[in-house]
Design a protein around this ligand. Structure first.
Ligand code: BTN
Length: 263
């Protein structure tokens, strides 16, 4: 990664400080530390490679040098935080990424609730939003984004957990990681301004994968519910019509969603 070139381009955006690294453990961990030091809002941490990248549910996220996008954006609460807004944050990030893939690369990107980005059923990007609290007060929220850009971004056992893909494979050409980053950041900043607007949930619902299909939700302790996926509610929770015909809502937390195989 040509840090000077990336830095120059990123300076065009209305961000806070820029922290660009060839290698870090995890950009989210780095961003958490910086937030604690009080760096300006919308400060950005980008790494060419991560040695201890993290995913949801304590999974590892591999970021090989030169192959992927891995970055974290630091947000602070502007006023007292409504829990509803926090629930929308992870959808907002997924929406920002999915919209760029659709509008700039012509891909049929969808959002697998709460915030994986899929193209034709394969995961192209993962998002890890981490909020830090002191007592009941939200200190900061770190928006971590990892996008599989070039072929070598995928681990060898790629089919193991969930089928994955890369931007190069989907678009049929070699994408520029810097262009992609700038586009995603612009999109995130736009959606952040609309965080409280109904259009955010409407668009999230339009791009939601598995709508009206049978899915199962599970935690580390096993299956929590099965049912027809109806959509996302105003607080970012997922609405299911369960097998018993009840409408139930689930907040993301440590929940995993799977399509039920009916074949
Ligand atoms: C997931 O799909 O489980 C979420 C993956 C999130 C990965 C990104 S890469 C940048 C940021 N730093 C991390 O350690 N994780 C996130």
């Amino acid at each position: 990664m040509d840090i000077d070139r990336w830095q120059k381009r990123l300076q065009e955006l209305p961000l806070g400080n820029l922290y660009l690294y060839q290698e870090v453990g995890s950009t989210n961990t780095e961003a958490e530390q910086l937030a604690r030091e009080g760096v300006p809002p919308f400060s950005l941490v980008v790494a060419d490679a991560q040695t201890a990248g993290r995913g949801r549910m304590d999974r590892i996220w591999i970021t090989r040098p030169g192959q992927a996008l891995a970055f974290s954006l630091i947000l602070y609460p502007q006023a007292e935080v409504h829990p509803e807004v926090l629930g929308r944050l992870s959808g907002m990030v997924a929406l920002g990424v999915a919209e760029v893939l659709r509008q700039s690369y012509g891909l049929p990107a969808e959002i697998k609730w709460p915030n994986d980005v899929l193209v034709e059923g394969r995961k192209i990007a993962g998002i890890l939003v981490e909020a830090h609290w002191e007592g009941g007060r939200l200190l900061d929220a770190i928006l971590g984004v990892g996008v599989n850009v070039h072929r070598e971004a995928l681990p060898d056992d790629r089919e193991f957990i969930f089928p994955a893909t890369t931007l190069d494979d989907c678009s049929g050409e070699k994408a520029s990681r810097l262009d992609l980053l700038v586009r995603i950041l612009r999109s995130l900043l736009r959606w952040h301004n609309r965080l409280a607007e109904p259009s955010l949930i409407e668009t999230w619902n339009e791009l939601l994968a598995y709508k009206n299909q049978q899915v199962s939700l599970s935690s580390s302790r096993g299956v929590i519910a099965r049912g027809e996926l109806r959509g996302v509610e105003g607080d970012g929770s997922l609405s299911l019509l369960t097998e018993r015909g009840e409408a139930r809502q689930f907040l993301s937390g440590e929940i995993r969603l799977r399509l039920v195989d009916r074949s």
